[in-house]
Each structure stands twice: as C-alpha cells, then as structure tokens.
Design a protein around this ligand. Structure first.
Ligand code: PMV
Length: 367
C-alpha cells in the first residue's frame, strides 16, 4: 500500500522591523510591512510530518505529542483547508497529461479529498516569545506543500507564505531563509500581503544572532490580544505605521544590500524600542520587557558607545519580540566577545537568566 507522507522543518525568524497590528484579523493582514532574519540552528526549529490516508476519518494534529484541537474556522483549519484548495486548484483540477512539476507521481490522486494527520514538534519552548508560532505554521504549510507536490517551480515560497500568514502573521516570513520582508499589501483579499526574499543568507553570512533566554515560561499577553488592544487604543501606533516604518523598511533593505552593519544595528534597535513604546502606549499598557531585558539593553548601548568612540562603529543590535528574551544581532567576528560580555554581566547562576544560544542564518529544510 502506498504511503502519502512528507516531513519538513522550518526555523524561527526574528523581526528587525516589527509587525504589530492587524487591519484584518481574519485574513491576518498587517497594519505595516515588516522585515526579519530567519535563524537557523538545529535547536530552534519546528518539524512537521503530514500524512494523507483514505482511512483517516478526520484531520488531526499532534503538537509536541499531544492532540491539539483543530477548531472550526480557526487558523489551523484555515491553513489545512487552503493547502487542500491549492492542491485541488493547481494539480487535481488540471489536465494530468500536462507536466507542471518534477514530482508528478502523485498528481493523478485526489489527495485533497483525504483527511490528514499532522504531527509537529518544536525543539524549544512553545509560546515563550521565541516565535514558535512562526516556525510552527511555516513547517505545517511546508510539509503539506511537500505532501501535495506544491513545490517550486510550480508553487513559490511567496505563494505558500499567503497561506502560512493566515496561521500566524510572522510565519509567512519563515518560508524563506536569510533576510525576508513581509509586504503589507493593499488588496482587501490579502493576495498581495506576502513574504519576499530581500537577500539570501549567503549574501551576508557573517550576520549572526545570539538568543539570550531570559525566561522560557509562557508569555503574559498573547500577540493576538496585545495587537488588538494596541490597534484599538494606541495613538502612537498611527504615527509608527504612517511616519516611521515605511522609511525604516527602505533604509534597512539598503543596509542589508550594502552589508552596512552600522545602519542595520541602529534601525534594528530603534524599531525594537518603537514597538515596545507602542505596547506601553496601549490601554491597559503591555510590558514585555523585564529588568533583565532592560539591563541587557544598557550593556549593548554601552558596548556600542565604546566601540563608536574607538572609531569601530556599532557592533551589536538588540531586539525584543513579545517577551523578555533578547536577540542580539552581531557580525561573526564580534560574537565571541559579546557572549563573554553577556555571561560576565548575567551569570547563569544568578537566577533569572537562563541561556545563550548562538544561532546562524538558515532556511526551510525538507527532511
Ligand atoms: O505572528 P505573531 O502573531 O506571533 O506576531 C509576531 C509579532 C512580533 O513577534 C512581536 C513581531 C514580528 O514581526 O515577528
């Protein structure tokens, strides 16, 4: 008997221009464009196996070994339904005699009619501000894409990003490795709100990221409810999305193209500050940073100040998502010194500070 099964894994991405705010909560359309670096190391990935079988009676998902409910009308159901629709539209409804992809062996099958069983594992704490939803939905969509033969050149990562976006906004950016923009788009149906590659990882392989795990417990305010509150109550958000982000998107894209770390670092830190300022401007206010997060900011600021004084420019850029964990972007040549610095100021034995993970640029992998 044939087995229709595929496994894919996807890494997390950490934004340097933050996505915060939805203009359409159902389609997950953002109020501003964003840009991230896809991080790749074995211990920050989601790996997902999807299997279609005519004997299955319902779509079922296991997350880290436990059954996760696929709610009607929920994001998981939307992603699975949209992947089945794409399979049907691009492969099953077409003339099977016209070759469109390398993997044509499964084309004649009405695979989209079968129920799927999906098992997904994160090898890092789920929902701890480490972007587990981004890698999770990217891996889910990638594994279904493999299962359904929806692969390049037939289907591009940008097309798949339209579906991953509906699982978790930031997930759309994990479909590419390297430096990735999520263009907010203008169309009400979301068909132009997708991820594009700004530069592959190989363009700037010296770029590294250090994840400082300040806390690995579940965060207090989810990004979904936090964003909604910010959109409803923050006046600063309006300034951010209109006056601030568009110029930063253009400037950081140029900085990446020119491998200009100084500009990259300044914009990255400014945008992290702007995002957390908008959280503070929310009613009631949202605090994602804690004392350790703020102390890390001070250390990075001082480290850069001394480096600029020596004429060496910025050497480190901190950024924080919806949680207290710091991600420090730096060039490979400075990483060792920065790890030593962080560990000197925040000994793991002191309590709150958990771990430092060195992470490098990466991409979606089929395994
Ligand atoms: O995709 P979500 O709903 O997990 O939102 C992610 C929001 C931030 O991580 C704070 C910023 C970003 O662009 O990833």
């Amino acid at each position: 008997m044939s087995v229709y099964q595929a496994t894919a894994s996807a890494p997390v991405n950490i934004a340097v221009i933050k996505y915060w705010g939805k203009r359409d909560t159902k389609l997950i359309l953002p109020t501003n464009s964003s840009l991230s670096v896809t991080l790749d190391q074995d211990h920050l990935r989601s790996t997902t196996t999807s299997r279609a079988d005519p004997a299955f009676t319902q779509d079922t998902l296991w997350l880290n070994g436990k059954i996760d409910e696929i709610k009607a009308g929920g994001r998981l159901e939307t992603c699975i339904r949209e992947m089945k629709r794409l399979r049907k539209e691009i492969i099953e409804d077409k003339d099977a005699s016209a070759p469109k992809a390398n993997q044509v062996d499964l084309r004649s099958l009405q695979l989209s009619e079968y129920k799927v069983h999906i098992a997904s594992y994160n090898n890092f704490p789920t929902a701890a501000g480490l972007a587990s939803s981004a890698s999770g939905f990217a891996a889910l969509v990638s594994s279904l894409a493999q299962l359904y033969s929806l692969v390049p050149p037939l289907v591009s990562p940008s097309t798949l990003s339209l579906i991953a976006r509906q699982g978790s906004g930031s997930a759309c950016r994990s479909l590419y490795g390297g430096f990735v923009a999520w263009e907010q788009g203008v169309r009400p149906d979301g068909s132009d709100s997708l991820a594009i590659e700004v530069a592959p990882q190989a363009h700037w392989p010296e770029m590294h990221a250090l994840i400082c795990v300040v806390s690995d417990t579940k965060k207090g305010t989810s990004s979904t409810s936090g964003m909604q509150r910010t959109v409803e109550t923050s006046t600063l958000l309006q300034h951010r999305i209109k006056e601030v982000v568009p110029a930063r998107m253009a400037a950081i894209t140029t900085a990446i193209q020119q491998r200009d770390f100084d500009t990259f670092a300044r914009i990255t830190m400014a945008d992290s500050n702007s995002f957390h300022a908008v959280c503070l401007d929310t009613e009631p206010p949202i605090f994602y940073l804690n004392d350790v997060s703020r102390a890390i900011i001070s250390v990075v600021v001082e480290y850069n100040r001394l480096s600029v004084e020596r004429g060496e420019g910025y050497k480190a850029a901190y950024t924080y998502d919806a949680g207290p964990n710091a991600v420090i972007y730096a060039l490979e040549k400075d990483i060792k010194e920065i790890i030593q610095l962080v560990l000197a100021y925040f000994p793991q034995t002191a309590g709150e500070f958990k771990d430092v993970l060195g992470v490098f640029g990466g991409s979606v992998q089929d395994v």
